[in-house]
Design a binder for this molecule. Structure first.
Ligand code: MRU
Length: 343
């Protein structure tokens, strides 16, 4: 366990570590409504696919916990409204709708005959989602061990650690497990413009874990693959289609292409909750467009000239053919992914 909590339930309040101000400030926000949770997800107080799944689940739990509904029909209506609002908060990571669907399945269960039963069961399910995330991540780390050389230089993109999950992390969890098992890992951390999850958040986590790392600008990864010994790339994911096409933080596709050109393995850490078998290919994945000011500004400083137009897709899709393997809690999936990801 880390000594901070990405998200935590405390007596009818959800606490979230505010990732917008890390690493310079440790600030917890507390929320008591689903609307506040949705806004926290949208504004990236909390981010990372598994973490926003847990945030949505606890947003649903808040709704049930504080409900003043007098009958089952009214609490059902409230929960459906909360689900709708939370589902729209960020569109790309499937963990969000996956977690909400799990909660709604509990509510729709015919055995839920009282408001108290719904309240208890929704909270219990949110806790189960959060707890399972930690176990899943640890298992992903263990499953990846055979793929990590005893001495390895690794490139990583965005933040996929404890902060992006309930705890432990997926791709950074793999690196952490390798380090804890005595492997000599050194990590090149892509800074990850525009929100700088690599420079701010991944570097903060690796510092605390004493894992050797070097922060690089996103455009430098090709240079390092060409001129230094890079053994592998490992990244997380926000949604994996049935054929293995993978949405992840913008810049992942570029990284995968350069890795492919240099014959460097490109691994995706993928909890099964992020695999969306309903989508045949990555073309069906909705890509979130984020506000222009994330690009036009660095911190408070406006860096682009007035009048220049800006595009800010938060994610891209890496075609499956550039992915060497997916590491899930159930094992390692190699191509052809269409067969393997179903298992
Ligand atoms: O916009 P973000 O910071 O939510 O994007 C996060 C990523 O792209 C992560 O790589 C992904 O969610 C996996 S986190 C375990």
């Amino acid at each position: 366990m880390t000594n901070y909590h990405t998200i935590e339930w405390k007596n009818g309040t959800v606490l979230m570590l505010d990732q917008r101000v890390l690493p310079h400030k440790i600030l917890y926000q507390d929320y008591t409504t689903y609307q506040e949770c949705a806004q926290a997800i949208r504004s990236m107080v909390i981010r990372g696919a598994p973490a926003i799944g847990a945030a949505a689940a606890y947003g649903m739990a808040l709704t049930a916990y504080h409900s003043t509904a007098r009958n089952i029909a009214d609490i059902h209506a409230e929960m459906h409204t909360a689900a709708e609002v939370l589902r729209k908060s960020r569109p790309t990571a499937v963990n969000l709708s996956w977690a909400i669907a799990r909660i709604m399945n509990q509510i729709d269960d015919e055995s839920m005959k009282t408001i108290e039963a719904i309240r208890d069961e929704v909270l219990a399910e949110a806790h189960r989602i959060a707890q399972a995330d930690v176990e899943t991540n640890k298992q992903i780390g263990l499953n990846a061990l055979p793929l990590i050389p005893d001495k390895a230089n690794i490139i990583h993109h965005c933040n996929t650690g404890s902060l992006a999950t309930v705890d432990y992390g997926t791709a950074l969890g793999i690196i952490r497990t390798a380090h804890e098992h005595g492997k000599q890992v050194h990590v090149y951390l892509d800074e990850t413009r525009p929100r700088l999850q690599g420079a701010r958040l991944s570097a903060w986590e690796l510092n605390q874990q004493n894992i050797p790392h070097t922060v690089i600008v996103d455009g430098a990864s090709g240079h390092f693959m060409r001129t230094k010994e890079v053994d592998l790339c490992v990244v997380g994911c926000d949604r994996v289609a049935a054929n293995g096409d993978t949405a992840n933080k913008i810049g992942t596709y570029n990284l995968a292409l350069v890795a492919h050109a240099h014959n460097i393995p490109f691994y995706v850490a993928a909890p099964t909750s992020t695999i969306d078998l309903k989508l045949a290919t990555g073309d069906e994945i909705e890509i979130e467009e984020r506000p222009a000011h994330e690009v036009t500004h660095v911190g408070q400083t406006h860096i682009t000239p007035e009048g220049s137009s800006v595009a800010n897709p938060a994610f891209d899709v890496t075609p499956a053919k550039f992915i060497s393997a997916f590491i899930t809690e159930n094992g390692i999936a190699y191509p052809p992914f269409k067969e393997c990801l179903k298992l």
